[in-house]
Design a protein around this ligand. Structure first.
Ligand SMILES: Cc1ncc(COP(=O)(O)O)c(C=O)c1O
Length: 447
């Protein structure tokens, strides 16, 4: 049963096939280059693309746009304190702004940061400080098929290997990303949060949580860990974060806002350093690159994110999309994670070699066949790594209905039927920073 209904709608249309063909050509076989007018169902990302509630819009009208000390900041601060348990908070324009502020205040050149899996911008900000980003994922999420209950976990074994390799003194920060976006959105168990916190303490590192999808992660814990079966979601959400010394957050995810982010911490001295950096990069520490109304949207959204009906429907919708795709014979990572379904394109297109980007071909064909925009997170997005050839279908929050998901599954079924016809792709242009190439590179079918 849905716990909300639509009050305001946005028209969408499936452009005619010849328009989609032309748009794909003009976009250089890269769907980031498409105009959103040419997209029917947009599953490119769940970041900032969701639908806000009437309470969030009502809050925005009351945004206090004072440069310093605004009421909106105080309301936002109270929400962060109530929902996440942190009293020192620095707002930023989005999650990567929070990473810049926090890591800039904590890291020095030559440091090493451990993370279950660094999200791209997290890795980039660690590297930008002259530090090294080391991933410590458990094995499970790296293939389609059963990935286990908490496949987003931090591998303590890998953590200790890193300590042996680099020395504890070189590792000032250990991060846990919940849920683990780069590992198919898989959740992290409470036990793993506790153990990773203890590990960080033992090696003298500060334990940071990347809390972008903290509410989704908490929901999985209530569903999969008997210890928390009867614990209210909001309590589980808070307990996870209670083990961290600091958090980074993208408000575009589980603060249910279209823009915004923040970092929060317990140490007043670190707070002070972060505020100074925020002034340099984001704006005065009571607005952090945001309008007062954006702070209001996050203040309300954070409270809504831990309401059980919302988060349960959210996770179930992702699972439903997964089931619809599986019913059509599409190989996906199961059980599905919190925000997206991941298709294994290498398994779907075994005749397209890795060097010819089977994932990007799938992305293009989903668009060509059904106007569905998705994103490749395999060898095109992450060159020179051994990532699986995943294509991610991320669901915006509170936005699409079952009929939309059925259209996606039918589109995927058509693509699967025609798979023998598809050849791979060649990159014909890429920007100087290869790590960022999937945003703007251009491709064409191999001869
Ligand atoms: C786990 C994780 N961390 C950090 C970020 C960065 O957040 P933003 O896009 O708001 O800068 C993202 C965004 O997708 C994310 O998924």
């Amino acid at each position: 049963m849905r716990s909300y209904k639509a009050k305001s709608v946005e028209p969408i249309r499936l452009p005619p096939r010849d328009r989609r063909e032309a748009a794909l050509d003009d976009a250089g076989y890269n769907v980031f280059n498409l105009s959103s007018d040419d997209v029917y169902i947009d599953l490119l990302t769940d970041s900032g693309t969701g639908t806000m509630s009437q309470e969030q819009w009502a809050g925005m009208i009351q945004g206090d746009e004072a440069y310093a000390g605004s009421r909106s900041f105080r309301r936002f601060q109270q929400s962060v304190s109530d929902v996440m348990g942190f009293d020192h908070v620095v707002p930023t324009h989005q999650g990567r702004g929070a990473e810049n502020v926090l890591f800039g205040a904590m890291l020095e050149a030559g440091d090493v940061v451990l993370n279950n899996t660094h999200f791209d911008t997290t890795r980039a900000h660690v590297v930008n400080q002259g530090a090294e980003a080391v991933d410590c994922p458990v094995e499970a999420p790296w293939s389609a098929g059963d990935s286990g209950d908490f496949a987003g976990n931090f591998s303590l074994e890998r953590g200790w290997e890193a300590v042996e390799a680099y020395g504890a003194a070189s590792i000032p920060v250990v991060v846990l990303t919940i849920t683990n976006n780069s590992a198919a959105g898989q959740p992290v168990s409470m036990q793993n949060v506790r153990e990773t916190a203890a590990f960080a303490e033992e090696i003298g590192a500060t334990f940071v949580i990347d809390a972008c999808r903290f509410a989704e992660n908490a929901h999985f814990i209530t569903q999969r860990d008997p210890e928390f079966a009867d614990t209210p979601l909001a309590e589980v959400a808070r307990e996870q974060l209670s083990y961290a010394e600091a958090i980074t957050m993208s408000g575009k995810k589980d603060a249910l806002a279209n823009i915004g982010g923040f970092t929060a911490m317990r140490d007043p001295e670190l707070f002070e350093r972060c505020k100074q950096r925020a002034i340099l990069y984001e704006g005065f520490p009571t607005y952090g690159g945001l309008a007062g109304r954006d702070l209001e949207a996050m203040a309300v959204g954070l409270r809504e994110a831990v309401e059980p009906p919302y988060v349960q429907e959210r996770i179930e919708q992702v699972a439903t999309l997964g089931t619809l795709l599986e019913d059509e014979g599409i190989p996906i990572v199961t059980p599905t994670g919190g925000h997206a379904v991941y298709i294994d394109a290498a398994e779907l297109f075994p005749h397209i070699p890795t060097g010819e980007y089977p994932g990007q071909r799938l992305v293009c064909e989903l668009y060509r066949e059904g106007g569905v925009r998705t994103v490749e997170l395999g060898s095109f997005a992450f060159p020179d790594t051994d990532r699986p050839e995943f294509v991610r279908l991320a669901l915006p929050r509170r936005t699409y209905w079952r009929e939309h998901l059925e259209h996606v599954a039918e589109t995927a079924a058509t693509v699967r039927e025609q798979r023998e016809e598809y050849v791979g792709l060649d990159v014909v242009w890429e920007p100087p920073m290869k790590e960022l190439r999937h945003f703007s590179a251009e491709l064409e079918p191999v001869a």
